[in-house]
Design a binder for this molecule. Structure first.
Ligand SMILES: Nc1ncnc2c1ncn2[C@@H]1O[C@H](COP(=O)(O)OP(=O)(O)OP(=O)(O)O)[C@@H](O)[C@H]1O
Ligand SMILES: [Mg+2]
Length: 220
């Protein structure tokens, strides 16, 4: 479990200010959902936490350690120990589903037997147990979304960043997976930062919902 803190973060693209003095404190084990209209800055916040972009000013901390400050990345993304499921899933196209899940496990030096067991168990969890041999482009959009979720979960991260990971699923699958997500988050003691624009989904996942308007937290 890790805390996440953004302290007076500002971020602009060209002359468009996306975030202005934005602060957010997330306690270990919380499930915080960012809710807000398209373009209000939700993905930008996740990118800042992940370390893909740097703040113009202000700082980002994980577990009390400053990882980005002002215009500098102090800890690069690969060392932040985060799980991520982003809008553009970024599955490896040349690897099978199983290969996509095993990739990160192999990098962690986990043995073949354990890799296979964890991979299969996690695929079953998201209802993809029979699809391990397929390539991503042989799956539907919703199936790819489940594989992306499984790929993040299989590494048992302490912080999980999710950007509308269930948005292309039908309601029944959305309900099932969000329940599983909450169950796993509690079991693995993950700190979750989750983005959606669906108020109903947010209400089922969040221990705290943050409603945003353009670049700032709205009053409700
Ligand atoms: N790399 C970039 N270059 C220029 N502008 C950008 C870039 N990334 C995002 N923006 C702009 O910043 C604003 C916030 O974008 P962001 O992706 O954070 O929105 P969002 O809340 O995630 O929206 P959505 O719900 O549509 O995903 C938008 O106006 C967007 O056009
Ligand atoms: Mg977005």
């Amino acid at each position: 479990m890790k805390s996440i803190e953004l302290d007076s973060v500002s971020k602009a693209y060209g002359n468009e200010t996306v975030l202005l003095d934005f602060s957010l404190d997330i306690e270990p084990g919380e499930r915080v959902v960012l809710l807000g209209p398209s373009g209000c800055g939700k993905t930008t916040i996740l990118r800042l936490v992940a370390g893909f972009i740097k703040p113009d000013s202000g700082s980002v901390s994980l577990d009390g350690q400053v990882v980005s400050r002002d215009k500098r990345i102090l800890v690069p993304p690969q060392h932040r120990k985060l799980g991520m499921v982003f809008q553009d899933l970024a599955l490896w196209p040349h690897l099978s589903v199983r290969g996509n899940l095993e990739f990160g496990l192999r990098a962690k030096g986990i043995s073949k037997n354990e890799r296979e067991a964890k991979t299969q168990k996690t695929l079953e969890l998201v209802g993809m147990g029979g699809y391990g041999h397929r390539k991503p482009d042989e799956l539907s959009g919703g199936q790819q979304q489940r594989v992306a979720l499984a790929r993040a979960l299989v590494l048992e991260p302490k912080v999980l960043l999710m950007d509308e990971p269930l948005s292309s699923l039908d309601l029944e699958l959305n309900r099932r997976l969000r329940k599983e997500l909450v169950r796993l988050q509690e079991k693995l003691e993950i700190t979750l930062l989750y983005v959606t624009h669906d108020r109903e989904e947010a209400s089922h996942i969040a221990t705290r919902t943050i409603s945003m308007e353009k670049g700032r937290i709205s009053s409700n």
